[in-house]
Design a protein around this ligand. Structure first.
Ligand SMILES: *Cc1c(COP(=O)(O)O)cnc(C)c1O
Length: 364
């Protein structure tokens, strides 16, 4: 018997989450962001759930090839654009649209030999200071691109640093609007947080770019939960109890004896550890579902195992199902965002960190 741990990808949740994005952006086209191997889910696994999107956006050229290999003929956007001149040949061959965020990429385009002009998304650095031309230099970049025979339509794009939080997007919206005024072309502004929280940015977007929301995680947890937004988890990580222990008061659990029982208690040992992608930093008390009922972890997470409290589920024992995040068979949901918060991180990192050794099943 294989080790009893399994990740399940829920295709119907993708359709639900895509519908949530469409409800918030009824007039926009939707890029489904599938970078980082579809946020750790696997591009091939999620494709059927997301094929209702208008395009797929990612940044790895091999991943773009994989989307084409799945038979997708619609738009594909490279979010970081070309890394060298050869990438532009692949863009021509596979009809990939690509971001242009710096002068070196315009130089590459100017040097690219092609009869078929390419669709580009010109990126503005409106305040995030990661990729893009500053507002002052944006128009000059557009003019230079527009003069190139290698370039077809130019779309305008920017990315928000604070769509999920208190600072918000107003300053970046203003910078973008001022510097792009009267430039023609489609606009793409909104990531998940902006799509759900900022209708003003959605109104300016011909294309929205939701990533994390497609995967059923709230972009602004804990201000909102995934359930608040109507999002459903797309990944469940579950394992079984492979041993139980009866503790006396004063007994300790796991490496470093970080947990001490203050009374007699029964614990289960679960076939999931940090080598599966469950964060070692999660402290005692991190929520889990045991046979669908809420309980908590006990002691330190080790490489291949972790311990859980069986007190809330007296009937549980050897072979019981433990949901580390996602949906239990009984229907209860443990949001990945709650676990991520215990790990001092975000749902994105947990999804992306699912270990290769965990078997994955796709459910309708
Ligand atoms: C990753 C990414 C997104 C999606 O962000 P989420 O927070 O996952 O919605 C959108 N746009 C760009 C440029 C990105 O790199």
């Amino acid at each position: 018997m294989p080790r009893p741990i399994l990740a399940t990808i829920h295709l119907s949740a993708f359709q639900n989450n895509l519908n949530v994005a469409r409800r918030h952006a009824p007039d926009a086209k939707v890029w489904a962001i599938v970078k980082a191997n579809a946020y750790g889910h696997g591009i091939e696994r999620v494709f059927d759930g997301l094929r209702g999107a208008d395009g797929f956006a990612l940044l790895d050229l091999q991943e773009a090839q994989r989307v084409r290999a799945l038979g997708w003929r619609g738009p594909i956007l490279l979010l970081e654009g070309a890394f060298d001149l050869r990438d532009l040949e692949l863009c021509s061959r596979l009809d990939l649209w690509h971001t242009v965020h710096c002068d070196a990429q315009i130089d590459m385009l100017a040097a690219h030999k092609t009869n078929v002009p390419q669709r580009v998304f010109l990126k503005m650095n409106s305040g995030m200071n990661r990729l893009g031309f500053t507002p002052e230099r944006y128009r000059a970049a557009w003019t230079r691109l527009n003069a190139l025979p290698q370039v077809d339509e130019i779309s305008l794009m920017t990315h928000f640093s604070d769509a999920d939080g208190a600072k918000g997007i107003a300053a970046q919206m203003l910078a973008f609007a001022n510097a792009s005024r009267d430039l023609p072309g489609e606009r793409s502004l909104s990531n998940s947080a902006a799509t759900l929280r900022h209708a003003d940015a959605v109104l300016e977007s011909d294309w929205v770019r939701p990533g994390i929301a497609m995967y059923g995680s709230a972009p602004d947890f804990p201000a909102h939960s995934a359930a608040d937004w109507g999002l459903q988890p797309t990944m469940t990580l579950a394992a079984k109890i492979i041993a139980t222990q009866n503790l006396e008061q004063g007994d300790t659990v796991g490496y470093g004896s970080s947990f001490t029982a203050d009374r007699p208690m029964r614990i289960g040992v679960v076939a999931c550890g940090y080598a599966d992608g469950y964060p070692r930093i999660c402290p005692s008390g991190t929520p889990v579902l045991i046979d669908g009922a809420r309980s908590r972890t006990i002691g330190r997470v080790s490489m291949d195992m972790l311990a859980v409290d069986l007190e809330p589920v007296p009937q549980a024992g050897l072979g019981s199902d433990v949901t580390l995040w996602g949906r239990a068979k009984q229907g209860a949901v443990l949001s990945i965002d709650e676990v991520a918060q215990c790990a001092q991180t975000v749902g994105y990192e947990l999804m992306c960190g699912l270990a290769a050794r965990v078997p994955v099943e796709v459910a309708p």
